[in-house]
Design a protein around this ligand. Structure first.
Ligand SMILES: Nc1nc2c(ncn2[C@@H]2O[C@H](COP(=O)(O)OP(=O)(O)OP(=O)(O)O)[C@@H](O)[C@H]2O)c(=O)[nH]1
Ligand SMILES: [Mg+2]
Length: 298
């Protein structure tokens, strides 16, 4: 019998290239939130894929930002950079449709990596073969990769081959987590992320970037028609004017947000949910270290 393999496989890349879509495709669960606005992911989130003879601990990370504009972006960047410290296999994701260069600091970090690295050319469904080849040529010209994968994370095209190539590169070792564990974060984290995903979908400009969602309470209660989960969530914004935008005229916007978020949370938890949303103002929280810690940015 082949020896058991296990390791940390970290996903890095610019914002919006499809890192979270790829992580969900590889893990086979809708775990990370996805949106067409950049900087959707704010934390390092692990997704565990186990089989009889291997365990892959994937890490999705926030997109690498060249010039952080506020403290929260600094912290997000530090999560992305932490992926360089513990990877057994590194996945560098590129958007073939919108290829942008990295700054020199990141390139030299990638060069210094001693663990196997895979160049992932994503969104091949949007471009022709020649464009993919041209993007690939640019990257392999100045960085060495152990393998290259052309994929569409969205269509799950090429993701099985990619998984085989990842498992091949894993070191031998026992599993890090119980084989039935999917992540290390509690359900309430994913619930807050689902609410944030709906905020990203329904609001624009600076609103999604100024909002943070914290679950205040999460309790299962009995009702006449069976158990129901009662969730109370606070949406924090950075200014008073943003609070009125989230609420909308006559409360219409927040009502819609609540309906859409509840439906998604019910699907995620596979249980009935009662959701209450409250909007609170924490002036300039994205630059406030104490507040950031309180929101889980360490
Ligand atoms: N056409 C196409 N779109 C894709 C593909 N992969 C991801 N997308 C889209 O690209 C957008 C960004 O996807 P995400 O997975 O959120 O990207 P990300 O790299 O995690 O973004 P950040 O968390 O903001 O850094 C979404 O609209 C996805 O649906 C793909 O293979 N093809
Ligand atoms: Mg993401």
């Amino acid at each position: 019998m082949a020896a058991h393999k296990s390791g940390f496989v970290n996903i890095i890349g610019h914002p919006n290239v499809g890192k979270s879509t790829l992580m969900n495709a590889l893990v086979g669960e809708r775990m990370c939130i996805i949106n067409n606005k950049p900087q959707t992911t704010r934390h390092r989130i692990i997704g565990i894929l186990s089989d009889d003879d291997y365990q892959v601990v994937f890490s999705d990370t926030p997109g690498l930002i060249e010039k952080p504009a506020y403290q929260m972006q600094n912290t997000m960047n530090s999560y992305a950079h932490s992926a360089f410290e513990d990877s057994d296999v590194m996945l560098l994701v590129i958007d073939c449709n919108d290829d942008a260069p990295f700054d020199g600091k990141i390139i030299s970090k990638i060069k210094k990596l001693t663990t196997p690295k895979i160049l992932i050319l994503n969104k091949i469904d949007l471009v022709d073969e020649e464009t993919v080849k041209a993007v690939e040529d640019v990257w392999v010209d100045f960085l060495e990769f152990d393998s290259i994968a052309r994929i569409s994370a969205l269509n799950q095209d090429g993701t099985n081959d990619l998984l085989n190539s990842i498992v091949e590169k894993l070191p031998e070792g026992p599993p890090y987590y119980p084989k039935d564990q999917l992540t290390d974060r509690p359900e309430r984290f994913f619930v807050s992320e689902i609410i944030r995903e709906k905020i990203l979908e329904q609001y624009h400009q600076e609103i999604p970037y100024s909002a943070e969602v914290i679950i205040d309470s999460f309790k299962e209660k009995e009702s006449k028609s069976g158990p129901i989960i009662h969730i109370y969530a606070n949406i924090y914004v950075a200014r008073k004017t943003q609070k009125s935008i989230i609420i909308g005229k006559g409360g219409v916007s927040i009502k819609n947000l609540g309906i859409e978020a509840r439906k998604s949370i019910e699907t995620f938890l596979d249980q009935r949910v009662h959701l209450e949303l409250y909007v609170r103002v924490k002036e300039n929280w994205r630059n406030d270290d104490r507040q950031l810690k309180h929101f889980g940015y360490h």
